[in-house]
Design a protein around this ligand. Sequence first.
Ligand SMILES: C[S@@+](CC[C@H](N)C(=O)[O-])C[C@H]1O[C@@H](n2cnc3c(N)ncnc32)[C@H](O)[C@@H]1O
Length: 390
Amino acid sequence: MKINHGDCLDVLRTLEDNSVDSIVTDPPYGLSFMGKKWDYDVPSTDVWRECLRVLKPGGHALIACGTRTQHRMAVNIEDAGFEIRDVVTWLYGSGFPKSLDVSKAIDKAAGAEREVVGFDASKARPNKEGFAKVTSAIETSSNAGHKDNGATITATEAAKKWQGWGTALKPACEFWTLARKPLGEKTVAANVLKHGTGGINVDGCRVSYSENENIDFNKVQDGNIYGGNGIYGEATQKQTTPLFKTNGRFPANLILDEEAARLLDEQTDSDCSRFFYVAKASKSERNAGCEGMPLKVSGGMSGTLDGTLKTGSGNDRNNLNQNCHPTVKPIKLMRYLCKLITPPNGIVLDPFMGSGSTGVAATQEHFDFIGIEREAEYVAIAEARISRAV
Ligand SMILES: C[S@@+](CC[C@H](N)C(=O)[O-])C[C@H]1O[C@@H](n2cnc3c(N)ncnc32)[C@H](O)[C@@H]1O
């Protein structure tokens, strides 16, 4: 395991060609023009070109991004020479809308004081559907949860007209671009044999059947179950080879948190247990290993110039953590992603390591790990977390 403190472009240049087996990383999404200085743009093709060079031929990369800048991220990765193989979507029900309240903004711009009518919406939490109640001109929903969001009544006619209008949707997913360095050999088989890279670990990442699934293994129902001979895991009706039960469903390009799965289960007749579940990182998980470090306010990315799309709760003095990184990923997700694309005993590289979630995950999956992080504060946190995981 090697943790590097520095700019990833500089550190990557010191690594040998074809020396890592996979790249799993959560780089800056380029959202926070006024917030964290590291999050002002998606990484350039120069960075991805260096990643390509150090990755073994046929090696895979999984690279996170948000919905607003995924297009820029994927283009840079592709322009650097990677093949885009897929995009894995992580769907979650626990996101919180961070929308500018247009009506309030109009009143504020007019210098009009809004009457507070007693209900402190800053304490309002979204209900199971993610909505708070909306009552006529009394505002309780459009940015419920914001500190300054006491329930107020519109002050001006113009504000009344725009009551209920906002600027952003509730975030419910993020993307992981699955990219591959072009093969070094003529075929995947030859590449895997020579370099150990080129494939993804389907069986290692199968999603177990749920206990209440009643599967008739004597019928061709689903290639995911039988390891059928159709493309993308789908069995064909013409299948004549003997059927066999695999240890779970074929890993999909969709991952759900429990809330998203529950909502989908309720709204459709589908069985969402066929997808992998990951909840967001808990407080205890993010801080594990950092005991003794000072408590700091987490989050605090200011979002865009108009103040919307904040990604953390930077002003919230209650949100104190030893690991104060604003964008900590869940270990379960990172373990799954590392396992999906890293051959046994392989080296996982994370050039944008942050507080080290990839390193913890790689270590727990018994992979070797190389991490790079520019901020000294996060390097210390990552070292503490990964040491605990060893
Ligand atoms: C989205 S965060 C990663 C968070 C990580 N997934 C975690 O769980 O803690 C991206 C990180 O990349 C770092 N970073 C940004 N630009 C960098 C660069 N050029 N070289 C190295 N690190 C950089 C930032 O300091 C930040 O910690």
